[in-house]
Design a binder for this molecule. Structure first.
Ligand code: HEC
Length: 142
């Protein structure tokens, strides 16, 4: 019985399609997951060249990273400039703030172009990873 329950708990979220994320204005106020984001995991995602790729375009307080981007804003102070909900929407799909944004949508799996087969139908970051990144960005106060 215990094992059976564990199976359901593990499998159901995998089968559920990505819920349409409700945005109001320029923010998604509601966290995407019940588990609060983990700022340390979020930092690792943001600095990662495999996962977040944020530093391809942004720079920030990452003294250990030699090459950082300069086509977008410095992430330092992002937690002072934006609320959790505003950050969440920008990570999920920044084109919902600005249709011309070059920042890729990190948590959308529909209407994407030029997506490699292994990534088709999958968002770049899952809901928990989005929450982790938001939690980290909120620690970046001026
Ligand atoms: C391909 C380049 C690119 C990548 C990759 C990218 N961004 Fe951005 N980002 C931008 C640009 C350009 C803007 C400026 C506004 C716009 O054009 O949408 C922006 C805006 C933002 C903003 C709000 C602007 C501000 O003033 O702080 C945040 C926060 C942000 N990005 C975080 C991230 C995080 C976190 C990641 C990785 C998960 C990431 N970005 C990946 C290009 C990028």
């Amino acid at each position: 019985m215990r094992e059976w329950l564990a199976c359901v708990v593990l499998v159901v979220p995998l089968l559920a399609p990505l819920p349409a994320v409700a945005a109001a204005g320029d923010a998604i106020e509601q966290p995407l997951t019940a588990t609060p984001g983990d700022a340390a995991r979020g930092r690792a995602i943001v600095a990662s060249r495999q996962q977040g790729l944020c530093l391809l375009c942004h720079r920030g307080p990452f003294p250990e990273e030699r090459f950082q981007g300069n086509i977008a804003t410095d992430l330092a102070g992002a937690g002072s400039r934006w609320s959790a909900g505003q950050l969440r929407l920008r990570i999920v799909d920044s084109r919902r703030v600005d249709p011309d944004s070059v920042m890729p949508p990190f948590h959308r799996s529909d209407n994407l172009q030029r997506v490699g087969r292994a990534w088709q139908g999958k968002p770049v970051l899952d809901a928990q990873q989005v929450e982790d990144v938001v939690a980290f960005l909120l620690t970046l106060k001026d």
